[in-house]
Design a protein around this ligand. Structure first.
Ligand code: FEO
Ligand code: CA
Ligand code: CA
Ligand code: CA
Length: 679
């Protein structure tokens, strides 16, 4: 039995009250420091951010929409890794998207329908990933503007393909005629911290950036590639789409520059049908997990294709146990998509945690293995269904989608998952693993398309939001958190048991069919998204009591409170029994019986409330547990320069004299007495 005994622990703070202030609120005894904001320069030559739309060169500034984030310890000086380093390190974080209106003087402009090149360059470079050095000074944490370790990775940064899809015909483009290279990563949402000291970033809503003109399907069909049409529509890239932000309308000053053109996936009728003369295959270059070595500014990020292609939202390693094949848990965040796990072909060797060539260790564990998708049964059991070419329906003779090979299964793992009978979920966002016992948690943020007739045990709620008479929500309005225990408590298992840890709900809502976890004023929440466990065992004084952190990205409860972060000390799968729920919406009435966790009570408590119109997402800490880093994404997102709705982070240190454009930012939270955060 590999379960760690959990010493009793309590959440040692007074819950923060729900509020709609333009401020990050934390419990008494804690300090918030704003660390790294949209536009902050990351080298000596880049000027301070004016924050008025005139700034340029986002390739040397913090990007926008901070999301998933990991801390990597550094030795006291130099660039060497120190896995326990807690006063100096590299913070690696995603820049998922942009708030276009604040990046330019007066928001997006067009001339005769075309985007100006300079605006599009800013928007592209404001996406991607940051690697920045951070240090703990005498009084506070700060980032090191001039560090040689700082790096921005953008949608233009060269990348390598690894794993079974490398070199596949569907990756061939005019940029990489052999299908082994790619350019950039985009819409990077959640993340994973690999135990060998690398960062994994997840490409989520990448499909929205692609243009696809009418007539494209006919060209592909004529080229003998009808499969590509099936794939593009399953991944949300229908004909007649212009693509987010209109980057393909740019006429670049250098006509050979294809960084705008590549977002147009439309097949050119007279181009080579294998894709090497146009950009028809660019959509297959996205939707992957990408591994980055933060300690080497010159390293080329590797797209890990063995982990499948989807709207990736995080990649959480199982516990690493010598001699056991590790698993990596992943959500596909779209309505009625699936939960996946990848099990490496290689059993864990503890020495690999400290190897010098970190991306080679990534090759060892992430390039060969089995991809599985979850099926949740009504009785609280479940199976991991393998997505393997020539097993079950995944053959070249399949009528829905004739698969060519295993690479085709990975490129189209959503189609494969449909065919094997996986359970469609209420938008799987982050995954997290409880380090004390290996149980996996997945946030199911909400699902407006869930109807009473289509509820099931694992997605059991569909209701009208009583707060708004259904105007802003029906379906699974507030989301829930599911958790799963592998049979035999091993990452190699192909079967598991599951229950629902907690249901999001307002504390005032009906406890029989909506507020099923009995949430109260100190812990009610809606639309869980980020979820992460603080490290348990290597922290002096913390014993083996992991704290689970839960972050929200909500539209249904923001009339009551801004988005928030809670701390929890959760129990175990199966500790709460069963519940039968009666669901009612305009679409009818239905019942579902499910497995629930024990009502959390005082083991779940609100730790933080964010500023106006933000989501709270992205969390990591120093290994000593004394500094907690959290991202505040898109404060004031509904405003514009003429109507600024949040002045955060300027508002964090006092009311600014004039409204200040809001900026996504990383904050660091410390205890005033220097102790462990949360417990
Ligand atoms: Fe980018 Fe599903 O959150
Ligand atoms: Ca977001
Ligand atoms: Ca998210
Ligand atoms: Ca979300």
């Amino acid at each position: 039995d590999t379960t760690v005994t959990i010493s009793p622990a309590t959440l040692d703070f007074t819950a923060v009250a729900k509020n709609r202030n333009d401020l990050v609120t934390v419990p008494a005894g804690y300090t918030v420091t704003v660390l790294y904001r949209l536009g902050d320069p990351i080298n000596a030559n880049t000027p301070a951010y004016a924050n008025n739309g005139t700034d340029t060169n986002f390739g040397a500034r913090a990007g926008d929409h901070h999301d998933g984030m990991s801390f990597f310890g550094l030795a006291a000086t130099g660039a060497a890794r120190d896995p326990s380093g807690s006063t100096r390190g590299l913070l690696v974080l995603n820049h998922e998207n942009i708030t276009e209106s604040y990046l330019h003087v007066n928001g997006q402009t067009r001339v005769n329908g075309a985007r100006p090149e300079a605006e599009a360059i800013k928007e592209i470079e404001a996406h991607g990933v940051s690697v920045i050095e951070v240090t703990r000074g005498a009084s506070a944490w700060s980032y090191v503007q001039t560090s040689a370790l700082n790096r921005r990775i953008t949608p233009n940064t060269p990348m390598a393909f690894n794993g079974p899809v490398k070199g596949h015909p569907m990756l061939r483009t005019a940029y990489s005629k052999d299908g082994t290279q790619g350019r950039g990563t985009i819409n990077n949402c959640a993340n994973g911290t690999m135990p060998w000291g690398t960062y994994a970033t997840a490409e989520e809503n990448w499909a929205g950036y692609f243009r696809r003109d009418r007539g494209d399907a006919a060209v592909r069909t004529a080229a003998g590639k009808a499969n590509e049409n099936t794939s593009l529509s399953r991944y949300g890239i229908s004909e007649g789409r212009a693509g987010n932000y209109g980057w393909t309308t740019v006429t670049p000053a250098d006509s050979s520059n294809t960084v705008f053109r590549k977002w147009n996936a439309t097949a050119v009728a007279d181009a080579a049908p294998d894709g090497t003369a146009d950009f028809r295959h660019e959509p297959f270059q996205y939707g992957w997990i990408v591994e980055i070595d933060p300690y080497n500014v010159n390293s080329v990020p590797r797209k890990r294709t063995a982990l499948g292609r989807m709207n990736h939202e995080g990649v959480e390693p199982s516990r690493m146990i010598a001699g056991v094949k590790p698993a990596f848990y992943m959500g596909d965040d779209a309505q009625n998509e699936y939960i996946y796990k990848f099990v490496s072909n290689t059993a864990w060797s503890a020495a690999d945690a400290n190897a010098a060539d970190r991306l080679a260790i990534g090759d060892k564990y992430l390039d060969a293995g089995a991809l599985y998708v979850a099926k949740m049964n009504a009785d609280g059991t479940g199976q991991w269904l393998p997505l393997v070419f020539n097993q079950g329906p995944l053959t070249s003779g399949n009528a829905t989608y004739p698969f060519a090979d295993q690479a085709d299964v990975l490129i189209n793992c959503r189609i494969a998952a449909d065919l094997v009978g996986a359970t469609p979920m209420d938008r799987p966002e982050w995954t997290a693993v409880n380090p004390a016992n290996g149980e996996m948690y997945c946030t199911l943020t909400n699902n407006s398309s869930r109807t009473p007739a289509r509820t099931d045990a694992a997605n059991p709620r569909a209701y009208l939001d009583p707060r708004t008479d259904g105007r802003t929500g029906s379906g699974n309005v507030n989301g829930h958190v599911i958790r799963l225990r592998e049979n035999g408590d091993t990452s190699e298992a192909t079967a598991f048991t599951w229950d629902i840890y907690a249901f999001g709900a307002g504390s005032d809502l009906n406890k029989d069919n909506i507020n099923l976890s009995g949430l109260d004023d100190t812990n009610d929440f809606s639309s869980p998204d980020g979820i992460w466990f603080s490290l348990p065992s290597n922290v002096a004084g913390q014993g083996a009591s992991p704290v689970m952190w839960l972050q929200t990205d909500d539209g249904a409860y923001t009339d009551v409170t801004n988005n928030q972060m809670l701390a929890a000390i959760p129990g175990r799968v199966g500790d709460g029994g069963t519940k039968t729920i009666t669901n009612t919406t305009a679409a009818g009435t239905g019942t579902a019986t499910t497995r629930v966790g024990k009502a959390p009570g005082a083991t779940l408590k609100r730790f933080l409330v964010g500023p106006k119109e933000c989501e709270i997402t992205g969390i990591t800490s120093t290994p000593d547990g004394k500094a907690l880093f959290v991202n505040i994404q898109h404060p004031g997102e509904n405003g514009d320069p003429a109507n600024i709705t949040s002045s955060w982070p300027a508002s964090q240190t006092g009311t600014p004299a004039t409204a200040s454009r809001p900026r996504s930012a990383t904050i660091v939270i410390t205890r005033t007495d220097g102790g462990l955060v949360g417990i």
